[in-house]
Structures are given as C-alpha cells and as structure tokens.
Design a protein around this ligand. Structure first.
Ligand SMILES: NC(=O)c1ccc[n+]([C@@H]2O[C@H](COP(=O)([O-])OP(=O)(O)OC[C@H]3O[C@@H](n4cnc5c(N)ncnc54)[C@H](O)[C@@H]3O)[C@@H](O)[C@H]2O)c1
Length: 326
C-alpha cells in the first residue's frame, strides 16, 4: 500500500514509518518539522509541509497515489493546551479538517487517527472504548472533536476511519536507530533517563498523596513498536462509512515511583527525586482495557514489563544523549 504518514518525523509517527518500510509498504512522512526530526526519516521519504496547506496535501496525495493516511501530527502537551488553546484548536482541529478536506478532494478513503486516552478525562480504570468521554483539558477536547468529525466525514464521504487511543507511548526502536526526543520533554521515562545521564539534577514527582499503593500516579506505558503494529493491523479492519475505535494500552498500571525504581535498576544510576504537590488535572490512575483490539485486530502489547520498555529507551538515550542533535 501507498501510505502518507502525516507527522511522520515525530516520535510515534517515525517508528510507524520505519515499520511500514520494513514490511514493504511504500510510505512517506509529511511533516512541518515543528517538533519532528529530519534525521528520524529515511532519505527521500520526507515531504516538508503543514497540515493547514490543503493544496500541498492534495498534490502530495495525488503525486504519490496515496491509499491510506496515518495521522499523527498534532500539538500534544496538556499543560500548554490550557494556556494556549488557540494553538491546539488551530493545529489539531483546523489542521485535521484541512487534511480531511484534502483526502476528499484527492479521493483517498482510509485514515487512521492518533487519538488519546485524554478524551475520557477522569474515569475509573480499566478504560474501555464505551466509557463516557469528558475531556478535562483543551488537548483532549480537540482530539474528541476530531473523532466526531471523522465519524461524520466517514458517513458523508464513504471514508474508512479509525481512532486509536494511545495511553503513554514509550520506548525506542529495536535496532536503536530512532527513539523519543521531544523539546520540551514532558514524558516521564525520557525525563528519568535524562537524570540518569546527568542532564537534569532530579526528576520531580507531582503528588505523593494519591489513593494508590505508593501515593504516586499510575499510568499505562505502551511501547511505540506495539503502537506501530496496531496501526498496520487496523488498516485491514477499516469499514466503509464508519469510524472504528480502539484503546491501546497494556492493561498494566505502573506508578511514578515504580518507573523511577526500575530506571535505577536498568541504568545503575541513583536518579534523584524531588517530591512536589499534585498538578491540576492529573487523574490518579489511567489504565487501558485493550480487549477490543485483541478480539478484533488480534493485537496485544508485547512489551508488558516496564523493565523491557525502559531498557529499550535507555539503549537509545545512551547511544544518543543529545537526541537527534549530533
Ligand atoms: N506520545 C504519547 O504518549 C501520546 C499519547 C497519546 C496520544 N498521542 C498522539 O500521538 C500523536 C503523535 O505523538 P508524538 O508523541 O509522536 O508527537 P510528536 O510531537 O513527536 O509528533 C508530532 C509530529 O507532528 C508534526 N506536526 C505538528 N504540527 C504539524 C502541522 N501543523 N503540520 C505538519 N506537521 C505537524 C510535528 O513536527 C511532529 O513531527 C499525536 O497526535 C499525539 O496527540 C501521543
């Protein structure tokens, strides 16, 4: 298949692009490089462009005879979305509508959208697809708006759409060629590993009085290679005129303290912590129930043990202490 990976120079998108090329699909990244890295995309596979440039999207889809769009491009920092909702509505909502309009104009029918567990807000775990969706920040709300738009566009224009709701993406490619490099970094595992590398003095734990066994927040860490695998599978399970949705998690909850303790063992470094008050809007526990993905796609996470995830991330961070900046 001929696949356009929108946001394919970013963290999850570049791992998916790598897997598509390894499995003999013809795939290109389309990315404005606002967050992504040119070095994360193989030579000759990057088209530099913005989601808002509908004409360039149409031209790109027609030139490359695109069959499927995988849509990763977004602004994705919860805190930033609260203070700059304008940027989130513009990129995530207006940008995605531009992409959908381009697909309709170029007669591309299939789309897989990177959604998030943030569409649910605070619901008790484990989180299944049919739970109520009440996002508690603009980031989650923009993703929910697009899920709704996908269902409406699918019905009206015979699109075949999927929303994959990730929990916390983590890890790096098995061959060590690409990994996680966000600027600013807001994800726990890379931050902990930057402390191990001596690039930060400590990791901050936000909240030690949650109703969890060790008082810190519990999250579900799903490996990028497992996410890439789910994207490949869902392409073959799309349905004309419909939006299908899957929650992608491991079903295993890991606390902040457990991540830090595991990283100490994996890296052999002490990793200093500073305990701070809770951040507003952080639910105590987020854990996915991926039984629908298992039933319908035959998908389940291979990386279930947090040790394996952290080993994979550590291998990349050690080999690339400055990320993609050489
Ligand atoms: N990383 C996670 O833990 C996580 C969890 C849940 C959902 N998601 C979703 O998965 C997707 C990928 O996340 P990520 O961590 O890889 O993010 P990322 O920031 O690494 O990748 C996003 C890519 O999109 C590009 N982009 C942004 N705005 C663009 C625009 N206007 N036009 C063209 N390209 C643009 C960026 O340059 C970047 O390369 C996002 O949609 C995010 O909301 C991520």
């Amino acid at each position: 298949m001929r696949i356009l990976v929108v946001g394919g120079a970013g963290y999850v998108g570049s791992h998916c692009l790598q897997k598509l090329l390894a499995t003999h699909h013809d795939a290109w990244a389309y990315d404005n490089l606002s967050q992504g890295h040119r070095e994360a995309v193989p030579e000759g596979r990057l088209i530099i462009g913005d989601l808002l440039d509908t004409d360039l999207l149409i031209k790109t889809m027609k030139t490359h005879g695109i069959d499927v769009v995988l849509h990763f491009a977004a602004k994705a920092l919860v805190g930033e979305s609260v203070v700059r909702p304008d940027m989130y509505y513009k990129t995530n909502v207006t940008g995605t509508l531009s992409l959908l309009d381009a697909m309709v104009a170029a007669d591309v029918k299939k789309i897989v959208f990177s959604s998030t567990c943030a569409v649910f807000g605070s619901v008790p775990p484990p989180i299944t697809e049919n739970l109520p969706k009440n996002p508690i920040n603009p980031y989650g709300f923009t993703k929910l708006v697009i899920e709704r738009a996908l269902a409406d566009y699918a019905a009206a224009f015979e699109l075949e759409a999927a929303a994959l709701r990730y929990f916390n993406a983590c890890g790096a490619s098995a061959d060590g060629s690409i990994g996680e490099d966000h600027d600013p970094e807001s994800h726990l595992i890379p931050i902990v590993l930057q402390v191990a590398l001596g690039q930060r003095p400590h990791v901050q734990i936000f909240g030690t009085d949650y109703p969890t066994p060790d008082g810190t927040c519990i999250r579900d860490y799903v490996h990028v290679e497992d996410l890439a695998d789910a994207h490949l599978r869902v392409i073959n399970h799309l349905k004309a005129g419909q939006l299908v949705d899957y929650n992608l998690g491991t079903g295993v909850g890991v606390s902040v303290r457990e991540v830090i303790e595991t990283a100490r063992r994996v890296t052999g470094k002490p990793i200093a912590v500073v305990e701070s008050p809770r951040r507003s809007g952080d639910p105590a526990v987020l854990m996915g129930d991926a039984s629908k993905a298992l039933r319908e796609l035959g998908w389940s996470a291979k990386f279930k043990a947090i040790e394996l995830v952290i080993e994979s991330a550590w291998a990349w961070h050690q080999a690339n202490p400055s990320g993609f900046r050489k």
